[in-house]
Design a protein around this ligand. Structure first.
Ligand code: ADP
Length: 245
C-alpha cells in the first residue's frame, strides 16, 4: 500500500499554562487507519495534546486539521460530531444500566434529538456491532456494575465505537489490566484500526513492542523522536529521557 491518506495534521502547536509551555511547537501527522502510540515521561504533554485535539484546551498558537477542517476554536461537542471520540482516565460507564443500554446511550449522544427516532434502526445495528467488536455479547444484559476492570475498559471503547468516530483517542487503555486482558486489548485495538484511526497514550513498553506500529515520543512539550517501535526504543535520546537508562 502507498502512503496513507492524511487524517490529522498538527502544526506549531503551543499551549501555555501560566507562562509554562506544556506544548512547545508540536508537529504531528497521522494517516488514516494508523494505530499510533504516543509515549513520553510524566508531564511530557500527552494529555494536553489530546485535550487540544478534542477542544478541551485552547492552544496559544498552532493548527489542528482533521480531514482538512481546522479544529482550533471549535467547541468540544462540534468536534465530537466531526468524528473524534476519546476516553478519559475516569470512567463514564453507568453501573446501574446494562452493557447494551450503556452502548445505546452512547450511540445517541452524537445525534441531534429530533433525528433519534428516525435513526432508531441504524442505532441498533451500530450497537450490535460495537458489542461484538468488544467481545461482550454474552454480557449484553448484565448491569455494567458487575463487569471486571478489563471488561469495563472494553465497554468504554465500545461506547466510543457506538458514536461512529473516525478517530479514537485512548488514554492508557491497558492500565491496571492483567496479562490476558492486555493481549485481548491489543487484538481489539488492531481490529478497530482496520476501519478507524487510533491514537493511544500508553506507557507499557512491552505492550508497545507487541502492538505498536508507529510511535511518537513527546518530551517537555516537543516531539523528541518518531518512527516504528524498533527505531524508537533503540534511540539513545528515548532511552535517556523515557526509559531512564
Ligand atoms: P502528560 O499527560 O504527558 O503526563 P500533561 O499534558 O498532563 O502531561 O502535562 C504537561 C505539563 O503541563 C505538566 O507539567 C503539567 O503539570 C502541566 N499542566 C497540565 N495541565 C495544566 C493546567 N490545567 N494548568 C497548569 N499546568 C498544567
Amino acid at each position: 500500500p502507498g502512503p496513507a491518506e492524511e487524517l490529522l495534521r498538527i502544526r506549531g502547536l503551543q499551549v501555555v499554562f501560566d507562562g509554562f509551555r506544556a506544548l512547545d511547537g508540536v508537529d504531528l501527522t497521522v494517516g488514516k487507519g494508523e494505530l499510533r502510540f504516543l509515549i513520553g515521561p510524566n508531564g511530557a504533554g500527552k494529555t494536553t495534546l489530546i485535550d487540544v485535539i478534542t477542544g478541551l484546551t485552547r492552544p496559544a498558537a498552532g493548527s489542528v486539521k482533521f480531514g482538512g477542517v481546522e479544529l482550533v476554536g471549535r467547541k468540544e461537542h462540534k468536534i465530537v460530531r466531526l468524528g473524534i471520540g476519546r476516553t478519559f482516565q475516569t470512567s463514564v460507564v453507568f453501573e446501574e444500566l446494562t452493557v447494551v443500554e450503556n452502548l445505546d446511550l452512547a450511540a445517541s449522544f452524537r445525534r441531534p434529538l429530533r433525528s433519534l427516532l428516525r435513526q432508531r434502526r441504524g442505532v441498533d445495528e451500530v450497537v450490535a456491532q460495537a458489542l461484538e467488536t468488544i467481545g461482550l455479547t454474552e454480557l449484553a444484559d448484565r448491569p455494567a456494575g458487575v463487569l471486571s476492570h478489563g471488561q469495563r475498559q472494553w465497554l468504554e471503547i465500545g461506547m466510543l465505537l457506538a458514536q461512529r468516530p473516525k478517530l479514537l483517542l485512548l488514554d492508557e487503555p491497558v492500565a491496571g489490566m492483567s496479562r490476558d486482558e492486555r493481549e485481548r486489548t491489543g487484538r481489539l485495538l488492531t481490529e478497530i484500526a482496520k476501519d478507524h484511526t487510533v491514537i493511544v497514550v500508553e506507557h507499557d513498553m512491552e505492550f508497545l513492542r507487541r502492538y505498536a506500529s508507529q510511535v511518537t515520543v513527546l518530551h517537555e512539550g516537543k516531539v523528541l523522536v518518531e518512527g516504528d517501535v524498533a527505531q524508537v526504543s533503540a534511540d539513545p535520546r528515548v532511552q535517556e529521557v523515557y526509559l531512564g537508562r
